[in-house]
Structure formats: structure tokens, C-alpha cells
Design a protein around this ligand. Structure first.
Ligand code: GAP
Length: 466
């Protein structure tokens, strides 16, 4: 397998070549830290979101879904603490003008910077540590003073004045605020009682200072978040359950290898959390955060009660006890999950002296499940039979029809997009209504009767990962 950076370059190049992920606005020279998902990327992304939704909502009787809007009342972001506290320390290299996150520069030098440090404190620490720090781009040590830069993205939605930036509408910086402000609506309109959870998938926006590493850190991204509301005494019990449940999502349910996953406990807590763990994935550039699991206490509901003037406490109908629910959350990024799956799936193999690149996606996540080929393009009987089969199977599975080039080339192409099964209609098919089904990973071929094909594919595509 290729080495770290080389592997990342290969994944980025395959994503572009095969239509998974493109840099945004490419014909205009690109747009930093924003990416677009192409035809196979959107299938992969949808599959990730669908599986997350099944696991977090469909399989549970204590969790319901929500889709709140991106734009919300400005006061929500004041109450949440984002307007005052959601900021990263920024410096600029005076020589090459590249901006860096100061906490990252310090961390790379083995120096711990607390999230809660004031601008003055972090300036002191940074400039006292300059002998260990240099610009990651040009290597010089000449930096501008550190400024705390707020990550919320502002807009003029609904504000028609010229100085709208003084009273902006924020694009949401995390999806969970839409859950907190709807928690009473959900309680009043559905049959849930505490403890229960609300899940949602949606876009979030952050003015990230440094934006490298492909879709790992982007300024527009999607989050899959679940907020679980508990009795204060049960918060840490729910937290342990959630950590375990989320770990199993990646290992047992999606089939990521345990050796590529690890826990990271935060000593340096963000402003809303009282305990925080990340699940980290071994990306081509090393172990980095894939998802955050946070015990948030009553911070969110208390803040929204204070700022909105609406009492968000809960009256337990069984015990008549009134309390402010505590919240534990699971927060994962779609882009980071897609990148973890791409990194895990990327495989180079030697097949009879030739290199084969194959994306060994878990079958349930593969963008295309089945490809159907006529053996020869210039035999109308074969083409018609294969096309009829394709039209029938696509009712059930994402399918692709391909009659271009020789069958070997078609296999290589399907291997690169990770299609688990390729079906070839050949001359025997016209005689006995059977086809060959070729397995992506073993490359073995089976002969299967057309009338049994749908059931065969269902069994094989759904087979458990372990
Ligand atoms: N509601 C809690 C919250 O938003 P977070 O640790 O800031 O917590 C949660 O973000 C997850 O969202 C991260 O683990 C990551 O997967 C994803 N995420 C955060 N910022 C991102 C960015 N700039 N680009 C891509 N994904 C991001």
C-alpha cells in the first residue's frame, strides 16, 4: 500500500477521476475548503446518511428525527455561546502571508493551549514559545499578533440595510441548536418521554482558518447529530451507553477496522461540554477526530430558557418531578465519515502482473451495487437481454449498464468505484437463462439463474460484515 501522503494523493485523484468528489467552482480556479460530490460521491454520501439514520432513528424506539432550518433566530447563537465563545486563535506569517491556527501550531510543538485562554494569554504563550514554532509553509518565525477569530458565518438574510453586518443572520455553526429549540415541540407533539433523543442530518458552516486535508475540514459541511435528553442523575449512564453504541456503529455496523479507530479524551473542553471524547480514525494523515461525543449537562436548555424567557424544564408525568433535562450528544461529520470509508476501502492489488485498484467498500455503502454487461456490444440479442435485466434489477438496486470496451476494462472501472457485483450476459444466457456474477473482492465468478438473481443479490448484498 502507498505511504501516507502518497495515499492521500491517490484517494484525491481517484475521487476526481471517477466522479466521487470535485473541488468546488473548479472552472473559476476553485473555492477554498469547499467540495462538491459527483455522481458516485453523492451515492456514497447518501448511503452513509441512510445507514446512520437507520441505526440512530429507525432501529430505536426512543429516538425521533427532525429537520430544522439552517437559518435561525440570531439570539439562538448568543444563547448558545457561539457569538462570544466560538472562536479560534489566528496568526499570519508576515513573510508568506499564510494564516494558521495558533492552537494547532502550539500543539505541533507539544505545547498545550487551553480553549478558554483569553487573547492576551494566548499571545503571551505563543510569543514565548517561538523558538519551537515556525511557519508550516515557509519556515520563518515572523508572525502577526494572535487574534481570536469567530467562526460563525454571517449573512444579510432579511436585513436590507447597508450595515447589515452589525445585525447579521448567522448560518448555523452546528445542527444541534435546531434540536434544542424544537425539543418542546417534539415533546408536545409526539409520544416521547425523557429519556429520549432527537436526531438530524444537515449542513453546518464555519469560517475555518486553515482548510487543508481535503473533505476533512471544510467551511461548508454536513453533520449527523443526535441529542439525548435525560434525567440529571442518569446523564453519565446515558453517556456511557452512547459511547458504546457509537463505537459499534463504526465497527460492527459499518465494518471499519478496530485498529483504525481509537478514543481520545478531551482534557481541553469546549465551552459547552463537561466531558468529551472523540472517536478518532486513522486517516492517511494520522489519527484525527471523526466524531465527538459530549456530555453537555443542562447548559443548552438552561441557556435557551434564560435567553428566550420560555421555561424548557420537564415535568415527569410518572413521578411529578420537575427538572431541566441533561443532554448527551453524538456529533459526526458526513465528509469525515466518507473520507474514513474511502481511506479504508482503497486497495491496490497485483493481479497476474497487473495492478488493480479496488475500492473495497462495505457492500451496503457501495455507490453502485450491481453492474450489468452484455459480453459483446455488437450482438443485439446480448445487448437487449442485458439491458432488460438492468431495467428489471434497477427497481431494487442502484445499477449501472456498461457495454463499453472489453469486459476486463469494464471490471477495472467497476473495481475503482467499488461495485460489489458485475453480471455478464453471454451466449449461454441466451440458451439457458443464466448469467455470470463476478465478486469484486475475490474476483470469483458464479453462474446464477436469472429468475433467482434478485434473491441471490439481496442475500449477498445484505450479508453481515463480520
Ligand atoms: N454539536 C457539537 C459539535 O458540533 P464539533 O466537535 O465541533 O461538535 C462535530 O463537531 C463533528 O462535526 C466533528 O467530529 C466532525 O466530524 C464534524 N466537523 C466539525 N467541523 C468540521 C469541518 N470544518 N469540516 C468537516 N467536518 C467538520
Amino acid at each position: 500500500m502507498p505511504k501516507e501522503n502518497e495515499l492521500m494523493e491517490k484517494i484525491v485523484s481517484l475521487c476526481k477521476r471517477r466522479g466521487f468528489i470535485f473541488p468546488s467552482s473548479e472552472i473559476y480556479g476553485g473555492y477554498a475548503a469547499i467540495y462538491d460530490y459527483g455522481p458516485y460521491g453523492v451515492e456514497l454520501e447518501n448511503a452513509v446518511k441512510q445507514e446512520w439514520w437507520k441505526y440512530m432513528v429507525q432501529f430505536r424506539d426512543d429516538i425521533v428525527g427532525l429537520d430544522s432550518s439552517i437559518f435561525m433566530h440570531r439570539k439562538i447563537w448568543e444563547a448558545s455561546g457561539h457569538v462570544s465563545g466560538f472562536a479560534d486563535p489566528l496568526t499570519e506569517c508576515r513573510s508568506c502571508h499564510v494564516r494558521s491556527r495558533v492552537d494547532h501550531l502550539l500543539e505541533d510543538a507539544g505545547i498545550f493551549a487551553d480553549e478558554k485562554m483569553s487573547e492576551e494569554e494566548i499571545n503571551k504563550l505563543f510569543f514565548a514559545s517561538l523558538d519551537k514554532i515556525k511557519c508550516p509553509t515557509c519556515g520563518k518565525r515572523d508572525f502577526t499578533p494572535v487574534k481570536k477569530f469567530n467562526l460563525l458565518v454571517k449573512s444579510n438574510l432579511g436585513n436590507f440595510t447597508d450595515d447589515w453586518s452589525k445585525d447579521p443572520a448567522y448560518l448555523r455553526g452546528e445542527t444541534c441548536q435546531g434540536i434544542y429549540v424544537n425539543y418542546k415541540n417534539v415533546l408536545d407533539s409526539s409520544r416521547v418521554q425523557v429519556p429520549f433523543g432527537i436526531a438530524q442530518i444537515g449542513k453546518a458552516f464555519r469560517n475555518e482558518i486553515t482548510a487543508r486535508q481535503f473533505v476533512f475540514r471544510t467551511r461548508e459541511f454536513e453533520q449527523m447529530e443526535m441529542q439525548y435528553f435525560t434525567h440529571p442523575d442518569k446523564e453519565m449512564e446515558a453517556y456511557e451507553w452512547l459511547k458504546d453504541y457509537r463505537w459499534k456503529f463504526y465497527t460492527d455496523y459499518l465494518g471499519l477496522s478496530e485498529k483504525n479507530l481509537k478514543w481520545h479524551k478531551h482534557e481541553n473542553l469546549v465551552f459547552y461540554a463537561k466531558e468529551a471524547y472523540d472517536i478518532e480514525y486513522n486517516f492517511p494523515f494520522g489519527f484525527k477526530e471523526l466524531e465527538g461525543i459530549h456530555a453537555r449537562g443542562d447548559y443548552d436548555l438552561s441557556q435557551h430558557t434564560k435567553y428566550s424567557g420560555k421555561d424548557l424544564s420537564y415535568m415527569d408525568p410518572r413521578t411529578q418531578e420537575k427538572f431541566m433535562p441533561h443532554i448527551v450528544e453524538s456529533s459526526a461529520g458526513v465528509g469525515r465519515t466518507v473520507l474514513a470509508i474511502l481511506s479504508e476501502a482503497y486497495t491496490e492489488e497485483d493481479v497476474e502482473g497487473e495492478q488493480r485498484i479496488v475500492m473495497k467498500f462495505p457492500k451496503k455503502l457501495a455507490p453502485v451495487k450491481v453492474a450489468i454487461f452484455p459480453l459483446l456490444k455488437n450482438k443485439p440479442d446480448l445487448v437487449k437481454k442485458a439491458h432488460d435485466l438492468y431495467v428489471a434489477l434497477r427497481q431494487q438496486f442502484v445499477c449501472e449498464f456498461d457495454d463499453n470496451g472489453n469486459v476486463g476494462k469494464r471490471y477495472r472501472r467497476q473495481d475503482e468505484i467499488g461495485t460489489p457485483y458485475c453480471i455478464t450476459v453471454d451466449f449461454d444466457t441466451l440458451e439457458n437463462d443464466t448469467v455470470t456474477v463476478r465478486d469484486r473482492d475475490s474476483m470469483k465468478q458464479d453462474r446464477v439463474a436469472i429468475k433467482e438473481l434478485e434473491a441471490w443479490l439481496k442475500v449477498h448484498l445484505n450479508e453481515s460484515i463480520k
